[in-house]
Design a protein around this ligand. Structure first.
Ligand code: XIL
Length: 368
């Protein structure tokens, strides 16, 4: 693989000349080749990761890892409402533009996350958005963001986590200010606004909790398929299902045949599938680091062997590259107080068994 001129995230961020610095790996050897993105691309699959301003741009070695390992990046929070819309009247793309500049400097695609979610609403939202103006607020937001990145985004998560398997509603829609203000049609409104702003963009419905063989997640998968059927029958321009795939390395209820059938049902609707936020938490795995890392690697292997068997699965993103910036630390804790190790690289940017598990899954996947 041709050695790339490395253009750091910081140099772009400073607005200085994008000073290309030929990257010398820590060990001084040749630049790594055949990273995860290359192994995935060999099968027609796009691989990448979440990327965070404030993390990747503060660590040139980490930014280099993105350049070597990723074919796509998704901002972790830089496209959330509080960042992009600090007031109802103003928009801020400073962080997301820096990520886009870094990505495009390295031939890396970018995907957007997320235009509509019941979480991460800005502080001004409650006092300013009403049933009367909610549609206008939503349309303005979506139109502004999608237009800003028109022609630049691999895909957009248009709506995120809209179903709740504990919902009392027959359609399973979860609690959301958008549902309160606009009813179930908020989903259709969102997709239509995004499509109108960029008719070429791949528009994704992103969802969680679909992976395991339990009655609760059986219902979730059923609700997801019902929603996708309804959206497609109403001509809503949804192009893909985003499966977050936040795995639990201690979970034993994964039934490949059942999951394969679910993916087939999604694909039968003419939809692509993006594995959008893959990680494997090890907070419930006792034992040595080696034992924990082996369990995480096994979770990736088992899951991806099934998921990648479905040709409609065309992209896989891990929710971070290195354990040092996993979101899971905020919500899961180990009894021994040790940090979690859910991602392909450890907090020193060293490859873990999970790295090779992901790489081998790509190597073994049928070509698209
Ligand atoms: C998380 C981010 O990684 C955190 O940094 C942030 O504080 C909260 O959101 N499902 C999603 C993601 O769709 O947006 C969430 O990401 C993780 C769960």
């Amino acid at each position: 693989m041709q050695r790339r001129e490395f253009v750091g995230l910081t140099s772009i961020g400073l607005g200085a000349l994008a000073v290309g610095g030929r990257w010398i790996p820590p060990e001084g050897g040749p630049a790594p080749t055949g990273g995860l993105a290359s192994r995935a691309a060999a099968r027609g699959i796009l691989y990448g990761s979440l990327i965070r301003i404030g993390v990747a741009d503060k660590d040139p070695a980490y930014a280099r890892l993105y350049a070597d390992e990723c074919g796509v990046v998704v901002p972790g929070t830089s496209l959330f409402w509080p960042k992009t819309r600090p007031t109802p009247e103003t928009f801020d793309f400073s962080d997301s533009d820096r990520i886009y500049q870094f990505a495009s400097a390295h031939g890396i695609k970018m995907r957007g996350h997320t235009l509509v979610w019941y979480k991460q609403l800005p502080d001004w939202f409650a006092g300013r958005v009403t049933a009367a103006n909610a549609e206008s607020v939503l349309r303005t937001h979506i139109t502004t963001l999608v237009t800003h990145f028109k022609g630049k985004m691999h895909s957009w998560d248009v709506v995120n986590e809209v179903l709740d398997d504990k919902s009392s509603r027959p359609d399973g829609l979860g609690a959301s200010a958008w549902l309160d203000f606009l009813g179930p049609d908020y989903i259709k409104i969102a997709f239509q606004a995004a499509h109108d702003a960029d008719p070429q963009a791949l528009l994704v419905y992103n969802e969680n909790h679909m992976d395991y063989d339990t009655p609760q997640w059986d219902r979730k998968r059923e609700l997801v398929l019902n929603l996708l059927h309804r959206l497609k029958s109403e001509g809503v321009p949804v192009g893909a299902l985003g499966i977050q795939a936040h795995l639990n390395a201690a979970e034993t209820h994964f039934t490949p045949g059942k999951y394969r059938g679910f993916l087939k049902d999604v694909a039968s609707l003419g939809l692509k599938v993006v594995i959008s936020e893959l990680d494997a938490r090890d907070n419930q795995i006792d034992g040595s680091l080696g034992t924990r890392d082996a369990a995480v690697a096994s979770a990736y292997s088992e899951y991806l062997a099934t998921a990648l068997d479905e040709p409609a699965v065309t992209a896989v993103l891990t929710w971070g590259l290195s354990d040092k910036d996993t979101w899971l630390e905020k919500i899961h804790h180990r009894k021994d107080g040790q940090p979690l190790r859910p991602l392909p690289f450890d907090d020193q940017l060293q490859r873990k068994p999970a790295y090779e598990a992901v790489g081998r899954a790509f190597d073994a996947a049928p070509s698209r």
